[in-house]
Ligand binder design. Structure first.
Ligand code: ZN
Length: 104
């Protein structure tokens, strides 16, 4: 599955508990069709006590979101947008459908 979202993009969440929020993509998981967004879709993991952590503790970290539930936010018009692929310069570049600005 080809994803339109890339690491470092700002995306808006379209579904789930953080719907409507924006964040930066930390990782893209192409095989799973998922992305990890900084500070969003946080899950709490209770770790068992271990030698390094005698008490055990609660770790909060962002869980992957389905890429279909996020939309790239254009840095030009600052709105969530669909992208077109432009090959003008020989390289495939994503372009905002609203303002035609290059996103890459
Ligand atoms: Zn735009």
């Amino acid at each position: 599955m080809k994803l339109r979202v890339k690491k470092g993009d700002t995306v808006k969440i379209l579904a789930g508990k953080d719907k409507g929020k924006q964040g930066k993509v930390l990782r893209v998981l192409p095989k799973e069709g998922r992305v990890i967004v900084e500070g969003l879709n946080i899950i709490k993991r209770h770790t068992r006590p271990s030698q390094a952590n005698p008490q055990g503790r609660i770790v909060e970290k962002p869980a992957p979101l389905a890429a279909s539930n996020v939309m790239v936010v254009c840095p030009g018009c600052n709105l969530p947008t669909r992208t077109n692929i432009s090959r003008d310069s020989g390289e495939a570049v994503r372009v905002c459908k609203r303002c035609q600005r290059s996103i890459d």
